[in-house]
Design a protein around this ligand. Structure first.
Ligand code: URA
Length: 247
């Protein structure tokens, strides 16, 4: 696919978007042997040879996929116990996609898969405040003051959890459906948080990363994300390195 040269160079990690523009203006970039100094030019990394200071620039297409992970799949890249792994659900990709963070074997829902390590780190780092939204069916009916404890931060294994947003969505005869929004991801965090207030999680689903919602995507189904989708993930604070890629 054709894209503006400065965007391609930024995506390849050569420089920031501004830095890439400076490289072009300085005449340090050649496309198919021709020096390019004009900023509007588009190129296709699958067809064109792009060279910076005499060295060919290698482009790996970055791919971002939103999968609805079904229960019973592990989010590791291999499993010694031979259980199904999430990558089994993705077909036809030549890129090696890995999951952004983990979901427990039994947890369902939104799981981002990508070959972009930088993007994955930004999504997982609490600094960028990417909210992860979960819907948890829990036993019984947690009282408002118990939910308030989860909101404020609760001590788990010697560390206080970061502030969270918590609200009850509905109740059945014996259980409550609680939405909890976190911007960190400690192992089995949602389950442990509810355990700490004596309400066991009986079913857990992640429904969103930032404003990027799972929507109607069925279990085991996935879709390829575009720049608009990626911006929704970072609606709070777009990391500088990612800003160069999205525009
Ligand atoms: N919290 C959990 O307890 N489990 C998950 O899979 C994700 C968040």
């Amino acid at each position: 696919m054709e894209e503006r040269l400065q965007k391609l160079l930024a995506k390849a990690g050569m420089a920031s978007r501004r830095g890439a523009e400076a490289l072009i203006r300085a005449g340090r970039i050649r496309v198919n042997g021709q020096v390019v100094t004009e900023l509007g030019l588009k190129a296709d990394p699958t067809q064109d040879t792009i060279v910076c200071d005499g060295k060919e620039v290698h482009f790996e297409q970055k791919v971002y996929v939103l999968l609805n992970k079904p229960s019973g799949y592990v989010t590791t890249m291999s499993d010694p116990q031979g259980r199904p792994i999430v990558t089994d659900l993705l077909t036809g990709f030549k890129e090696r996609l890995f999951p952004v963070g983990r979901l427990d074997l039994e947890t369902e829902g939104a799981l981002l898969m990508t070959n972009d390590g930088e993007m994955a780190n930004a999504i997982l780092h609490p600094r960028y405040h990417v909210n992860k939204t979960y819907e948890a069916w829990v036993s019984g009916f947690p009282r408002p003051e118990q939910l308030h404890l989860l909101e404020q931060g609760i001590m788990l294994e010697g560390v206080t959890t970061l502030p969270a947003q918590v609200r009850v969505l509905k109740r059945s005869k014996h259980q409550s459906l609680v939405e909890i929004i976190l911007h960190e991801g400690k192992k089995r965090q949602v389950r442990k948080m509810f355990q700490a207030i004596n309400h066991k999680v009986v079913h857990l689903k992640r429904t969103a990363y930032g404003q990027l919602r799972l929507g109607t995507l069925g279990p085991g189904k996935y879709r390829i994300l575009d720049d608009k989708d990626l911006k929704k993930i970072f609606s709070n604070k777009i990391p500088f390195t990612i800003k160069n890629i999205l525009a």
